[in-house]
Ligand binder design. Structure first.
Ligand SMILES: Nc1ncnc2c1ncn2[C@@H]1O[C@H](COP(=O)(O)OP(=O)(O)OP(=O)(O)O)[C@@H](O)[C@H]1O
Ligand SMILES: [Mg+2]
Length: 288
């Protein structure tokens, strides 16, 4: 309520605060709760403030980009969201629930899955086995039924096998199910990592430089697949990427990070025309 009188504020009015996220989300997600929200999030490493005042809100089915020069703090933010690091300050809300004190496994089970800047797969396991590791959140193997190979074990195993193939099929990889992970070409390993993350049934998928090392046609295909994943699974995607064609092509909103702080938030067009963003990028080029 706007008022220019000097009336004493009621108790409820004085309890109203402006949230720091100044969130922009897609109309499509307007009536749904935010999947992820951060407030005053930050972390220090000794004397270095790697991330500070990181405030965002992510819509339920939003594709959001997180960009910025090398060393800006992008991966550190993923490490905070997934509890690899505990924040020095601030709050992370997943579907409105504070994740404070959760372990990486708990936060994954609660709905955040990620891939890594440096691929992390079980090299000596097959493609299918790697996906099944992701599935274990939701498949009920009991130790006894596994040891004694009881009928319930085979039932669950069959379910896992079918689910793994179905997920691999998103990237047309079902026919490579029996291939050892480390014998896949680089681009396919990146795709497998995404499938494994999806197997945990996330509400939000965090991708750390998914197009790194991919050729232009692989990147093009990846863009289509990220959209497809968002549409078919109805989940949010947050991605870190240096490939501007990918970022500008599929992200609905973008946050730009520089020296650990957000310097701009907006649509791709707004970001491309933002003088501070242009300066941050040109500045980083000069330093290289
Ligand atoms: N565990 C850590 N201990 C100390 N410093 C760290 C740690 N992790 C990250 N940093 C520092 O935090 C800063 C941000 O690093 P981060 O890896 O998040 O950057 P980035 O934006 O992902 O960069 P790039 O685009 O090169 O991947 C860097 O200065 C980095 O050296
Ligand atoms: Mg990084």
């Amino acid at each position: 309520m706007m008022s220019d009188t000097n009336e004493k504020k009621t108790a409820s009015e004085s309890n109203i605060v402006n949230l720091p996220s100044d969130t922009i989300i897609n109309k499509r997600d307007m009536d749904k709760p935010l999947v992820l929200e951060t407030r005053h999030l930050g972390i220090d490493f000794g004397g270095l403030t790697a991330v500070d005042e990181f405030n965002i809100g992510v819509g339920a089915t939003e594709i959001m980009g997180l960009i910025g020069p090398n060393g800006a703090g992008k991966t550190t933010i993923f490490n905070l969201l997934t509890k690899v690091y505990q924040p020095t300050r601030g709050t992370i809300l997943l579907c409105g629930k504070d994740t404070h004190g959760m372990t990486p496994a708990a936060v994954n089970e609660a709905g955040i899955a990620r891939t890594f800047q440096n691929i992390r797969l079980f090299d000596k396991l097959t493609v299918e086995e790697n996906v099944k590791i992701g599935l274990h959140n939701h498949i009920n193997y009991s130790m006894m039924s596994g040891i004694f190979r009881l009928p319930s074990y085979w039932k669950e195993e069959k379910k896992a096998h079918e689910k793994a193939l179905e997920l691999l099929d998103i990237f047309g990889m079902a026919d490579q199910a029996d291939v050892q992970a480390d014998s896949l070409p680089y681009g396919a390993q990146r795709r497998l990592e995404i499938v494994r993350a999806l197997a945990t049934e996330p509400k939000i998928l965090l991708l750390d430089e998914p197009a790194a090392g991919m050729n232009p046609s692989e990147t093009e295909e990846l863009m289509e697949n990220i959209r497809k994943i968002r549409d078919e699974f109805g989940i949010a995607v947050m991605l870190i990427e240096h490939d501007m064609k990918l970022v500008m092509g599929i992200c609905e909103t973008i946050a730009v990070l520089n020296f650990g702080r957000i310097i701009a938030k907006g649509t791709p067009v707004e970001i491309q025309n933002n003088p501070q963003v242009i300066e941050a990028y040109l500045g980083s080029k000069k330093d290289e």
